[in-house]
Design a protein around this ligand. Structure first.
Ligand SMILES: Nc1ncnc2c1ncn2[C@@H]1O[C@H](COP(=O)(O)OP(=O)(O)OP(=O)(O)O)[C@@H](O)[C@H]1O
Ligand code: NI
Length: 322
């Protein structure tokens, strides 16, 4: 059984005069100890999908349907208390701007103690301190940060505190949503290396949301490519990045010159995301796709498995023999 299985997940933002279809028919399986990078241009629904899994979307303005099975249990059907019991220990997320996660009036250490005590109410202060110091090493922070207030930290230090906090209870599923993007390249790769070695020892499964395909290439076993709220292609990183099948994936990779060596094509894919409040017939990418045919403009392609292992999937009429 997959650790996390999304089945036909739809997310809509309900606005005064329209509904924005931020995720549509997303189906994805994430196995235990996978690391999967979710990529796609800005506005493609990556953060919305992650927030739906963690049940962090504001429920008055969002509609979520489909199934989000964690260990076989549908997270969408859990009560608030049942969901809270999974936070930190099972499911943990770090956003790019996590500043707001911490209170400005308490020291960093005291706040980490509070989070620790959510699941271990009787833990003693020294035990927690030791745990936090260990995590500070992982994210390359000095022990003195324990005694500082959030406003005394730089943005990058704050971000590293958030990452340390997310690891406090050894989560089984860790979601990093552009969590390391704002850090300098050296710090980013150092932290990711540390997290990867933790994963091996502690059985952590990681979802990385990022604009940076090279980060996925170096840190994720699998990749999922989203466009306009749909999953376009998913599979093992070594398959998808070496031999991308979906025209959107191909275009996306071309905009990363380090990959294909095509330094002259920095434009990526001409055009922009469609209006997600409109019903789009056929393939959402058809208006920008150089290979689109009449069928692409009228019939929505299903996600089809294209390899024998059964873990490489593509939603395109032109792929998989038709
Ligand atoms: N609170 C909201 N209310 C209405 N629409 C929203 C809200 N949050 C996101 N959206 C819309 O949902 C779509 C998906 O946004 P989302 O933030 O999930 O994309 P993303 O792939 O994470 O983008 P980025 O790479 O910029 O973080 C976008 O069209 C966005 O405008
Ligand atoms: Ni996002």
């Amino acid at each position: 059984m997959a650790l996390l299985e999304l089945k036909n997940v739809n997310v809509r933002y309900i606005m005064k005069d329209k509904k924005v279809h931020a995720c549509q028919h997303v189906s994805l399986e994430i196995e235990e100890q996978d690391s999967i990078g979710i990529v796609g241009e800005s506005g493609s629904g990556k953060s919305t999908l992650a927030s739906a899994v963690l049940r962090l979307l504001p429920h008055r303005i969002t509609q979520v349907d489909g199934e989000i099975l964690y260990n076989g249990k549908d997270l969408l059907k859990l009560t608030k208390d049942e969901m809270d019991a999974l936070r930190w220990t099972d499911l943990s997320i770090v956003f790019q701007k996590s500043m707001s996660a911490l209170s400005p009036v308490h020291k960093v250490g005291a706040q980490m103690e509070d989070v620790y005590r959510v699941h271990f109410p009787n833990a003693d202060k020294n035990e927690i301190k030791q745990r936090v110091y260990d995590l500070f090493k992982v994210v390359n922070l000095s022990d003195r940060v324990y005694e500082l207030y959030p406003h005394e930290l730089s943005g990058g230090m704050m971000q590293r505190v958030s990452i340390a906090l997310s690891l406090l209870h050894n989560p089984r599923l860790l979601v990093l949503d552009e969590a390391t993007t704002a850090l300098d390249v050296v710090t980013q790769s150092q932290i990711l290396r540390e997290i990867m070695s933790l994963e091996q020892n502690l059985n952590v499964t990681r979802i990385m949301i990022t604009h940076d395909v090279s980060v996925v290439a170096s840190t994720c076993k699998k990749i999922a490519v989203m466009y306009a709220g749909r999953l376009m292609e998913s599979g093992e990183t070594k398959d998808v990045l070496v031999n991308p099948q979906h025209p959107y994936t191909q275009g996306l990779l071309k905009s990363f010159p380090s990959f294909k060596g095509a330094k002259n094509d920095l434009r990526g894919i001409p055009g922009s995301l469609p209006d997600l409040s409109q019903d789009i017939p056929g393939c959402v990418f058809a208006p920008r796709c150089p290979f689109a045919t009449e069928k692409c403009r009228t019939v929505e392609p299903e996600l089809k498995t294209i390899n024998e292992k059964g873990n490489w999937k593509v939603a395109c009429h032109k792929v998989g023999g038709e």
